[in-house]
Write a protein that binds this ligand. Structure first.
Ligand SMILES: Nc1nc2c(ncn2[C@@H]2O[C@H](COP(=O)(O)OP(=O)(O)OP(=O)(O)O)[C@@H](O)[C@H]2O)c(=O)[nH]1
Length: 328
C-alpha cells in the first residue's frame, strides 16, 4: 500500500530567500540559478512596489519565474502564494512547465519570513507535496548593521535565518565584515554566516540544502513584523534622460535623504543608449547601472519605485521635474 504522506525527501523543499531592502537578494538568486545543480528550481518573487523589476532580471537566467506583486507575502498576498505554489505543482504534473525539484521564494525586503513558512506548511493543498527548506537571509555588507539596528524587519530576517549571506563584502574592509558577523551572531547565535561579493559569490551548495531545520517555525506567527510609516510609490520619468545629470540628481537625493529613502529602483530610457538602464539605490548608495537587452513587453518606459518613510511622492516628483527642466 502507498504511504499516505510521502517521506520527507520526496517532498519539494520550499526555500525562502529574504533580506532587507537592496541587500542583494536578486543578485544572489541569479548567481544561485546559474549553478547547474539548481537548474530545476521554480522561483516565486514577491515585490513591494507597483511595478516589478526583479522578475525581469531573474528571467534572464531562469524561465520558471512567477511574480507576486502589490503587497507583501507575509501579510497581504499569502493566499496568492499558496495558490501559486499549488498551480506550479499542478502544471509540473501535467507537463505545462518543466518539472522542478525545489522552490525558492524571494520575499520583499520588508517581509517577515515566519508567516510565509507557516503559510506553506499549514496549507492542506501543499501538505503532501512541499516541505520547509532553508531560510537564507542576505545582509548588506555596507548598510546591514544600520538596518539591523534601525528596522525590526531586518533583525527578524536575521533571527529566523538558517544561513546568512553577507553581501557586498568586497566593498568593505575585512574588519567590518567581522564586526557584522558578531552583530549577526548576537541576533541569531546558531546561524551560519557566509561572505559573498561580486567576483566571489558564496557557493550555492553552502547556502541551500540545510533543510529540516525547524527553528524558523517556532514562533508560529501568522502576521509579519513591520515598522511603521514605510510606503512605496512609483514616479514616472517622462522621456529619455541625460545619464550624467540623472546620476548626479540621484546621488544628491540619496546623500540628502538616504535616511528616508530605503530603496529606489527602476528602468530608464537614457539618451544615446537603446537598452533600458536598471537603476539601483540603497539608502545612501547609488550602484552602478545594469542593462536589460531590450524593453520588457508590457513594461512602462521610464519609472522609479521608491520605498521610503517620511517622504512624499510629490517631493520626489518636484525635485525630478526641476532636474529635468534644467538638465535635459
Ligand atoms: N558591489 C556589489 N554590489 C552588489 C552585490 N550584491 C548586490 N549588489 C548591488 O546592490 C544593488 C541591489 O541589489 P539587489 O540584488 O537588487 O537587491 P535586493 O535585495 O534584491 O533588492 P530589493 O528586492 O529591492 O529588496 C544592485 O545594484 C546590485 O548590483 C555585491 O555582492 N557586490
Amino acid at each position: 500500500m502507498q504511504p499516505v504522506v510521502p517521506s520527507l525527501d520526496a517532498r519539494i523543499p520550499v526555500h525562502v530567500l529574504t533580506g532587507f531592502l537592496g541587500s542583494g537578494k536578486t543578485t544572489f538568486l541569479r548567481h544561485l540559478l546559474d549553478e547547474p545543480s539548481l537548474a530545476d528550481t521554480a522561483v516565486i518573487i514577491n515585490e513591494f512596489g507597483e511595478v516589478g523589476l526583479d522578475h525581469l532580471l531573474v528571467r534572464e537566467v531562469s524561465e520558471d519565474v512567477v511574480l507576486l506583486s502589490s503587497g507583501c507575502l507575509c501579510c497581504a498576498v499569502r493566499d496568492d502564494l499558496i495558490s501559486t505554489l499549488a498551480d506550479l505543482l499542478a502544471m509540473a504534473r501535467s507537463g505545462k512547465v518543466a518539472p522542478f525539484r525545489q522552490v525558492v521564494i524571494e520575499t520583499t525586503g520588508l517581509a517577515d519570513p515566519a508567516p510565509i513558512i507557516h503559510a506553506v506548511l499549514s496549507a492542506p493543498e501543499l501538505l503532501h507535496r512541499c516541505r520547509a527548506g532553508s531560510v537564507v537571509t542576505t545582509v548588506d555588507g555596507v548598510s546591514g548593521s544600520n538596518s539591523i539596528q534601525s528596522f525590526a524587519e531586518a533583525a527578524q530576517q536575521v533571527a529566523l535565518a538558517d544561513c546568512v549571506v553577507i553581501t557586498k563584502a568586497e566593498l568593505v574592509q575585512p574588519w567590518q565584515v567581522d564586526a557584522l558577523k558578531l552583530e549577526i551572531a548576537r541576533v541569531n547565535p546558531s546561524v551560519r554566516s557566509l561572505t559573498s561579493g561580486k567576483g566571489a559569490m558564496a557557493p550555492a551548495r553552502d547556502v541551500l540544502g540545510q533543510a529540516e531545520n525547524p527553528k524558523h517555525l517556532g514562533s508560529g506567527s501568522v502576521h509579519g513584523v513591520h515598522s511603521h510609516g514605510i510606503k512605496t510609490f512609483t514616479v514616472e520619468v517622462p522621456g529619455e534622460v541625460e545619464w550624467p545629470a540623472f546620476v548626479e540628481w540621484l546621488e544628491l537625493l540619496l546623500a540628502a535623504r538616504g535616511q528616508s529613502i530605503l530603496r529606489v529602483k527602476g528602468l530608464l530610457p537614457v539618451k544615446g543608449d537603446e537598452r533600458p538602464v536598471v537603476i539601483h539605490g540603497v539608502q545612501h548608495v547609488v550602484y552602478p547601472p545594469e542593462y536589460l537587452p531590450r524593453w520588457p513587453e508590457g513594461s512602462p518606459r521610464g519609472w522609479l519605485v521608491f520605498i521610503a518613510r517620511n517622504l512624499t511622492r510629490a517631493a520626489i516628483e518636484n525635485s525630478l521635474r526641476n532636474m529635468l527642466a534644467t538638465r535635459s
